[in-house]
Each structure stands twice: as C-alpha cells, then as structure tokens.
Write a protein that binds this ligand. Structure first.
Ligand code: AMP
Length: 163
C-alpha cells in the first residue's frame, strides 16, 4: 500500500495519465500484416494495441512479431505480410487495468511494460497509461510533496543501539 501523502498526490494527477483511445494508434484483428507494418513504421512505436471492429481490446502487436514472419531461409519474404492477419501473430494474454485510478496495479505492470492498456469491464479499449506520463507525475510528486505535507525524519538511533 502507498503511504497516504504519496497516494493522494498521485491520485490528484491520475486524469493526466491516460492517453485516450481516440489518439492511440491501433490496428484491428483482421487487418493484414502489411497494413500493421505500415502503421507501426509511420507512428514510430514498436508496439501498439489491437482492437476488434467494435472497439474491444484484443491484444498487442509489435514490429518484431511481424518481421519474424518475414524471415524465411535467411531471406525477407514481404509477400507473407499480405497473406497473414494481425490475429495470427498478436500477443493475446495482455494484462490491463480497468481505471487509471488503479495506480498500484498500473505501476506493477509498468515495471515490465512501457505502457498499460486501460480496458473497461465490458472489454472496451479506453486508452493507455505510459511510463512517460507516469514519470512526469512522479517528478512533480518528488518536488511538491515536501511543500504540501510535513515530512519529519524518524529518529532510529536508539533502536539501533538497543540491538
Ligand atoms: P512513451 O512512454 O511515451 O515512450 O510511450 C511508451 C510506449 O507506449 C510507446 O513505445 C508505444 O508503444 C506506446 N504509445 C505511446 N503513445 C502512443 C500512441 N499515441 N499511440 C500508440 N501507442 C503509443
């Protein structure tokens, strides 16, 4: 559990963490890999969300997953990109959070992932929380917490001597 001042300050900025779905680059499960390759190359992100036709979150697709398909006998086979679809190669079991205010869960997931998808209880994709947005808030917290709360250092010297 977070200590109260840290939780309060992180919660105050929680709305800023979310990059909303309408500005998150994505592809759909039935797009071919050629389309996904073009989108990823254009947006310059190595991994983006995959949605179904109704806006439900289905998983993630990355450039390495696509280029792996192109490799055959040490040659690049570009034609395969027209034959395979995103659902054939995407990551399916992706951990998500339901709300940006699930800060502890989001933080744990961001240790291993550059972003965490936010997906509501009906499976609709709401956006992503990125390490970058979170680090901005953490930076704010480190500068402001001393101004907004009394931080008193505890004296452990006696308990150390007692050992
Ligand atoms: P950042 O912390 O801003 O570097 O973003 C981390 C990762 O989140 C990026 O490498 C992308 O995989 C993903 N990401 C960030 N912004 C977007 C966006 N607008 N559309 C799609 N993916 C994004």
């Amino acid at each position: 559990m977070f200590i109260k001042p840290v939780e309060d300050m992180l919660m105050r900025n929680a709305d800023h963490y979310l990059i909303p779905a309408d500005i998150v680059a994505n592809v759909q499960t039935d797009n071919n890999l050629y389309h996904a390759f073009l989108v990823l190359t254009k947006v310059k992100y190595s991994k983006i969300p995959v949605l179904d036709n109704d806006g439900h979150f289905e998983g993630l697709v990355s450039l390495p997953l696509i280029t792996e398909q192109m490799l055959s006998d040490d040659q690049l086979n570009v034609d395969i990109l027209m034959q395979k679809r995103v659902c054939d190669v995407m990551e399916h079991d992706v951990r998500t959070v339901e709300q940006v205010s699930d800060i502890e869960a989001t933080l744990h997931l961001m240790i291993d992932n550059p972003f965490v998808p936010v997906v509501d209880h009906e499976g609709y994709f709401k956006g992503i929380v990125t390490r970058r947005e979170f680090m901005k808030s953490f930076n704010f917290l480190t500068h402001e917490i001393g101004k907004q709360y009394d931080m008193i250092e505890k004296d452990f010297s006696n308990s150390e001597k007692a050992k």
